[in-house]
Design a protein around this ligand. Sequence first.
Ligand code: SF4
Length: 233
Amino acid sequence: MNINNDCSLLNKKIVYDLTPFSHLDFPNHLSCIVWMVSCNMRCDYCYNKDIVFSKEGKFSFDEVFSFLKKRVGLLDAVVLSGGEATLHKLVPICKEIKKLGFKIKLDTNGTNPNQIKELIELNLLDYIALDYKAPQSKFQEITHSNQFDLFSKSLNFLIESDMEFEVRTTVHNDLLNENDINTIIGDLLKRGYNKNYYLQEYLNTDKNIGNITQSSKHCDKTLLIDSINIIWR
Ligand code: SF4
């Protein structure tokens, strides 16, 4: 598809917001973050509620590209986040970003393995952060979606590929306990995942989807399987 012919994609306001500068989101890169509207999950701890439920954002990609043209030489990379960015047609968007010389990081819940595969095969991505939301037995309860199999397909594909990527999990101790995290670690090891495993503490805001509050318990890190390199954020 030629993006120049796809006016609807360019003009549609599918970007909820744009963070113009971040040095934290893409390891070792100065990037901007493009927050794309909508999500196909409803994770209880999600604090991006407004993005998840939005059908329209502040910007179109026309406007994002105008911004990016002024950042050539100043930023290294673009982070496509959300919401769930892969709900949108990313191939033509990524091609345009690449033409401007930026690297691309994709944040994803992994539920669109076909698009992830296509983007990688076209060499359009430089880094992926894949959320491993919960063990299969708790996946539906926490994400309010029944898409573990799709996520699982993406994970297997990434492990078998040469793609630079990370797996990460948000931990709220009332939702995921140490046994659940160990189940995830066991699954990652069984699949042959040999990179860092990132755990991030739930960030308490008054605007999360499940109206949850800070857990009274803390994850006991000494109970976690240590045959994988865990990094807490
Ligand atoms: S945390 Fe869950 S609901 Fe929120 S954007 Fe990510 S996948 Fe969607």
